[in-house]
Every structure is written in structure tokens, then in C-alpha cells.
Ligand binder design. Structure first.
Ligand SMILES: Cc1ncc(COP(=O)(O)O)c(C=O)c1O
Length: 363
């Protein structure tokens, strides 16, 4: 059977009635921007994350820029960010006036470590963006111990857990994307920022609303970046199911292991203590391209998301690092996402592994 790279519709199908009702509730209310649905979602999402505050914004990219602005990041500052990530993790930095400084990742976890961040520290470092890539969770406490504020880029890690708490509760601030393919997703663009710090939360609330509390006095040059009522209402239907979906993602990873995927390729390694809600299940192989071709030929989804790491993208040339990033180069060269979803079955995993085996062992 052909297995898609991800499956967003099967988990949502049983919720269709509730989602329709939520949409109707918003239409009937006549309130579309910063109304009761956003306020309720912010309370519920903060509670879920174990954070004191959550603030809905328009998308995960704005969330990062606004989180950095709340930390007073600006011209002359440096922000450390991994190069093996989605482009937006770094793209969010220059609009603050600061300079992205690219650091390496551990290719086994795809995440930054205290060592890779330390290697990029300078007296100008104002913040670190720790990306919780593919659902793994970077070691935030170890990085914060270096003495710089950590912004968690948690766009891909809703539903993951760590012994110290969930993503969203670990750094100075954390940012989420609710883009339709994410673990917790809306039907358009959406995002949120969480923090334990009331002052930072107030700054974020102001920045998302033109730098104003009241649309009369404008205290900062801010943004028009709000989660809207429709998306918040849709997210509220889904949030109670996030943990079950995360369990499904972990079960899918177990199915791959049980079917012998680990004999063929390097499986992603959870950071110590982390139970990742695998957003993408990304394996590594020196023969990643042959594996991709074989999976495609068998009708299975597969994708090399970040073959060109961010520091080598044309728009980031001005910020190219002096040294090399060996972990990044390895991850970029060898990674391949294979199908993953909350409902991926043992039989589906076995079919994907059989196609991989044929490509990597039989040939
Ligand atoms: C790691 C990471 N950071 C940031 C973003 C940006 O989120 P958005 O697409 O909502 O702007 C995404 C997702 O798209 C992402 O995967």
C-alpha cells in the first residue's frame, strides 16, 4: 500500500462536527479579531504547555521576530540559531536589526547542544533560538546555563514532553506555528508565543497589536500579527486531542523500529529524557537519494527537507559563518523524512521498511 508522507485528514475526520460548530459559533458572534475564542485558546494553550502566558499571533515566523523584540534584540546584537532548520528560524532575526550567527547541530538529534551554542557565543550574543526540530526538544536548561536568554522555536514540537516540562515552558519565551501540517494545526496561518514572565508577555501582547494597548497611544513600532477568532476556535477543538495524536506519532516510530528500520538507516535519537511527538520522522543514510527514489517508486511519501542548510541559502550570504558546521553538513547530506502521522499503522510502517530494505540491502 502507498503510504503518504503525512496524513492530516484522518485524525481530523471524527472532529468535523465539532469544528463546524466552532466555526458557526464564531460567525454567529460577529467577532473575528481578539475576541473570546483567542482569549480562551490562550488560556488553554498556556495551561497545556505549563506556561503562565500564551499570546496568539499570526504565524510562527512573526512569533519569533516578536519574541526577539520582546527581549530587546535590535541592531548591533547577535542571535545564535542553528543552520539545520526551516529557513524561517533564521529569517525572523534580521527584521529585528540583529545578525543571525549560525551554530551547528548534533546530527543524531538534529538539535543544537550547549557545546554547539557555546562555540558561537560572542560578547554581542543577545539571545539563542533553540529549535526543537522534527519534534525533538533541544536541551534548553543546558543552553540557558551559558547565560543567554533562550527562545524555543517549538514550531515542530507541540505534544513533545521532557522531564523538565513541555516545550513552551522551558525557555525565556517559546514560539509555535499552527501551519496546517503541524502537530497542532489550524486551517490557515497561526502561531503563538508562550512565556512564564508577565512582563515579557505584556510586551508581546503590545507588539502584536501595533505596539499599543488601546489603538490610541502607540508606544512601540510593532506589528499587526494576531491569531484570528476562527483559527482559535478550530484550535480549541483540537487541543484536547494533541496528546493522543502525539502518542500515535510515538507508536509510529515504534512500528518503524519493530519492522527493522534501524538495521537499514540511522534512526533519529531523542534528546536525553525527551519523548518526542515526531512531527517528521527523519532518518539518515549515506544513500539517502537512492532510498528516496526507491520509496517514491513504491508510492511512499519521502522528502529531504533541508538539503541546503540555511547558512548556504542565497539570502543568508551576508551572515555566512567563518568556520564549518560539520554536524549540519552531515545532517543536510544524509537526512530523509519518511511517512509519519498520528495514525500510521504497523502494516504501513512495515511496507515502508520493506521498500527501504529492497533499496538498501537487495541492490
Ligand atoms: C522550525 C520552524 N520554525 C518556524 C516556522 C515558521 O512558522 P510559520 O510557517 O507559521 O511562519 C516553521 C514552520 O513553518 C518551522 O518549522
Amino acid at each position: 500500500m502507498a503510504v503518504p508522507l503525512f496524513d492530516t485528514s484522518t485524525p481530523l475526520a471524527p472532529l468535523r462536527g465539532e469544528i463546524d460548530a466552532a466555526i458557526a459559533r464564531v460567525l454567529d458572534s460577529g467577532k473575528f479579531i481578539l475576541g473570546p475564542e483567542v482569549a480562551a485558546f490562550e488560556r488553554e494553550f498556556a495551561h497545556y504547555c505549563g506556561a503562565r502566558h500564551a499570546v496568539g499571533v499570526a504565524n510562527g515566523t512573526d512569533a519569533l521576530t516578536i519574541a526577539l523584540r520582546a527581549l530587546d534584540v535590535g541592531p548591533g546584537d547577535e542571535v545564535i540559531v542553528p543552520s539545520f532548520t526551516f529557513y524561517a528560524s533564521a529569517e525572523a532575526i534580521p527584521p529585528t536589526g540583529a545578525r543571525p550567527v549560525f551554530c551547528d547541530v548534533d546530527p543524531e538529534t538534529f538539535c543544537v547542544t550547549a557545546e554547539t551554542v557555546r562555540a558561537a557565543l560572542t560578547p554581542r550574543t543577545k539571545a539563542v533560538i533553540a529549535v526543537h526540530l522534527f519534534g525533538n526538544v533541544a536541551p534548553v536548561a543546558d543552553i540557558a546555563a551559558l547565560g543567554v536568554p533562550v527562545v524555543e522555536d517549538a514550531a515542530q514540537s507541540a505534544g513533545s514532553t521532557t522531564p523538565a516540562g513541555r516545550p513552551g515552558s522551558l525557555g525565556s519565551l517559546a514560539t509555535f506555528s499552527f501551519f496546517p501540517s503541524k502537530n497542532l494545526a489550524c486551517f490557515g496561518d497561526g502561531g503563538a508565543i508562550t512565556t512564564q514572565d508577565g512582563e515579557l508577555a505584556d510586551r508581546v501582547r503590545m507588539l502584536r497589536f501595533h505596539g499599543s494597548w488601546d489603538k490610541i497611544t502607540y508606544e512601540h513600532v510593532g506589528y499587526n500579527s494576531r491569531l484570528d477568532e476562527l483559527q482559535a476556535a478550530i484550535l480549541r477543538v483540537q487541543l484536547p486531542h494533541l496528546d493522543r495524536w502525539a502518542d500515535g506519532r510515538r507508536a509510529a516510530a515504534d512500528h518503524y523500529a519493530a519492522a527493522g528500520m534501524g538495521d537499514l538507516v540511522a534512526l533519529p535519537r531523542p534528546v536525553d529524557g525527551v519523548a518526542p511527538a515526531w512531527h517528521l520522522y527523519v532518518v539518515r543514510s549515506e544513500r539517502a537519494d537512492a532510498l528516496a527514489e526507491a520509496l517514491a517508486a513504491a508510492g511512499h511519501g519521502q522528502k529531504a527537507y533541508y538539503r541546503t542548510p540555511v547558512h548556504l541559502q542565497p539570502a543568508m550570504r551576508a551572515f555566512a559563518p567563518d568556520g564549518t558546521l560539520p554536524g549540519t553538513d552531515e545532517a543536510a547530506r544524509t537526512h530523509l523524512a519518511v511517512p509519519m502521522s498520528p495514525v500510521l499503522s504497523a502494516a504501513q510502517a512495515a511496507d515502508v521498511v520493506a521498500a527501504a530494505r529492497q533499496a538498501l540491502v537487495a541492490s
